[in-house]
Design a protein around this ligand. Structure first.
Ligand code: NAD
Ligand code: TDX
Length: 336
């Protein structure tokens, strides 16, 4: 039986990961979900597992070293899957220090706690750092990011994620900690907080408010449905080579205006909604123009493939937000 320490498991990707593990895994597992329940978290996202002997929620900050030490001492943790982070670029532009505190120093505390607890025996242990394509900065000219693209972040969020990414790999090189790093592109799907582009666009349509678009709306992103990210995480965690970085991404890239068009077409045609106008607003400072991902290493080495097309994923996502309108309204529930 494996014990997972999942950080940030009440957030968007973390809560989807917990559902994925609880519903897909055949072997017996134990999950400890460590989350500080910041503004974007919902303990209700995963509260259905409370009372199960396989699941435990711990409210706490990854920067609290005594708490981390206690968690490792009291539980025989095999896998750390580290999602916890501040995740929104616009907020990082307003509060860069807080992003460095959590995304760099918090990651360092977690790496150190794992190293100290596991020091006597690393066998069977794995520490997966969930990084992002944003650490590569922006693509100039044609081509895609590969794992060999230099890390050149351009905003405080991506710089803080790159800091955590460097620390994780440094712990592998320096101490032999069994670290793996995944760098995934933009995710979308259920449970994503409304400040992000896709849920915000759906929310604006539901409320009949203008849809805000930064700059000219021609920035390009690579969008992956969240379940495809999770299947990749599962593969890398179990079968990835220790010390390696794996890119995770979708086949196709889209401009922000194309994304809005896909969402509004579904809402108009399938939900008979009247669509508000697009409002072009001041551009994000240091706005990366284009990302695109080469996930060939993951595909060739570990046999991963994208299962959900963008057309299918966006239909599922819009459907979920239409059926779960209260998710957008509900505040975080600090139930512990
Ligand atoms: P999110 O903001 O929805 O969730 C982050 C979670 O971390 C929240 O539950 C929050 O309460 C928790 N958290 C924040 N600070 C904490 C702290 N100090 N201690 C403990 N918990 C804390 O983010 P997300 O979109 O689910 O992203 C999860 C991870 O995946 C992040 O590391 C992010 O950088 C990475 N990532 C996200 C995307 C994406 O498109 N969303 C893409 C690639 C990588
Ligand atoms: O209202 C908006 N209008 C708009 O035009 C918002 C919120 C965003 N945008 C643009 C900015 C980006 O070009 O849409 C694009 C996507 O924006 P976000 O959803 O904020 O995502 P992004 O900045 O690309 O970062 C995301 O992907 C990588 C996640 O938030 C990160 O956590 C992840 O690492």
């Amino acid at each position: 039986m494996k014990t997972y320490l999942i950080t940030g498991g009440a957030g968007f990707i973390g809560s989807n990961y917990i559902h994925y593990l609880m519903q897909h895994l055949k072997e017996e597992i134990r999950i400890i979900n460590l989350d500080a329940l910041t503004y974007c978290a919902r303990s209700a996202n995963v509260s259905c597992y409370e009372g199960s002997s396989a699941y435990r929620f711990v409210k706490g900050d990854i920067c609290e070293e005594a708490l981390l030490e206690e968690l490792f001492a009291k539980n025989d943790i095999d896998y750390v899957v580290h999602f916890a982070a501040h995740s929104h670029v616009d907020r990082s532009i307003r509060s860069p220090k807080e992003f460095a505190r959590v995304n760099v120093c918090g990651t360092l505390s977690l790496l150190d706690a794992a190293k100290n607890a596991w020091e006597r025996d690393f066998s069977g242990k794995r520490f997966l750092y969930i990084s992002t394509d944003e650490v590569y900065g922006e693509l100039k000219g044609p081509g895609k990011f590969t794992e060999n693209t230099p890390v050149q972040p351009r905003n405080p969020y991506s710089a803080s994620k790159a800091g955590g990414d460097h620390m994780a790999r440094a712990y592998y090189e320096t101490y032999g900690l069994p670290v793996l790093v995944t760098r995934c592109s933009n995710n979308y799907g259920p449970y994503q907080y409304q400040e992000k582009f896709i849920p915000n666009c759906i929310l604006c349509c539901q409320k009949g408010q203008p849809i805000p678009v930064y700059g000219d709306g021609l920035n390009i992103r690579n969008w992956l449905y969240v379940s495809d990210h999770l299947s990749a995480i599962d593969k890398v965690l179990k079968e990835g080579r220790i010390g390696e970085v794996y890119n995770i991404g979708a086949e196709k890239d889209y401009t922000n205006l194309e994304i809005i068009n896909s969402i509004t077409s579904i809402l108009k045609n399938e939900y008979q909604m009247s669509i508000p106008s697009i409002e072009f607003i001041e551009d994000r400072k240091g706005h990366d123009r284009r990302y695109s991902m080469d996930a060939a290493k993951l595909q060739k080495e570990l046999g991963w493939k994208q299962e959900v097309s963008f057309e299918e994923g966006i239909r599922r996502t819009v459907g979920w937000y239409m059926e779960n309108r209260d998710f957008m309204d509900s505040p975080a529930i600090p139930s512990h």
